[in-house]
Design a protein around this ligand. Sequence first.
Ligand code: 2AL
Length: 244
Amino acid sequence: MKIKIINPNTTWSMTEKIGLCARQVAAPGTEIVAVSPAMGPASIESHCDEALSVPGILDEIRLGEADGVDGYVIACFGDPGLYAAREAARGPVIGIAEAAMHAASMIGSGFSVVTTLERTCGIAWHLAEAYGMRRFCRQVRACELNVLDLERPGSDAYRIIVQECRRAMHEDKVDSIVLGCAGMADLCHAIGRELGINVIDGVSVAVKMAESLVQLGLVTGKHGDLAYPLPKSYSGMLASFSRH
Ligand code: 2AL
């Protein structure tokens, strides 16, 4: 089967890292295709960034549908455009925040999210609420790292993230820590080993969930509000999305 991972930001070093982490957990018969859209923000750390990432995501879904993709992962912790992507796709589309939070809810009674900038904490709380995960989510903690600090060789990011995870472990009394950025995927095992607690990377979980749903023959429902969007005209910069 073919699983396409869309990193909605346009930083390809992060996309390659995400692809590598996905391939480490994928089953032998699974082909992982990891991409960044041709248009979009270099990093996603605001509601505006999220909104501006969605046309690029939908373009990648369109290409994926033509390319016989079986399932998709949206690899950004705000799960931008998740429901729009589901409308446009035949197969399942999984967001990394929804995947990680659900996994955490199945292995314990509480988790904390450790994310990048304070300003993104509201997005994580909102998703916890929307997914029915609010009662499991004890805290959302920021490291005050920019997303692109995770890509900078020699940055202090690992040490700062471990420090915040340690605080979460002791102060929030959680069973797991959910990493709040796709760019942290490669740090998951090292942090888990160092702290001796479940550390959940949504990219890995989302890949396994997408694989499982595809293997079970389950697809996105097309009889309700996730039906394919109606054909219509779009103008200006969105003209290429027109369907007649
Ligand atoms: C993210 C993420 O996962 N990728 C990105 O560009 N921004 N989310 C976050 N909270 O930092």
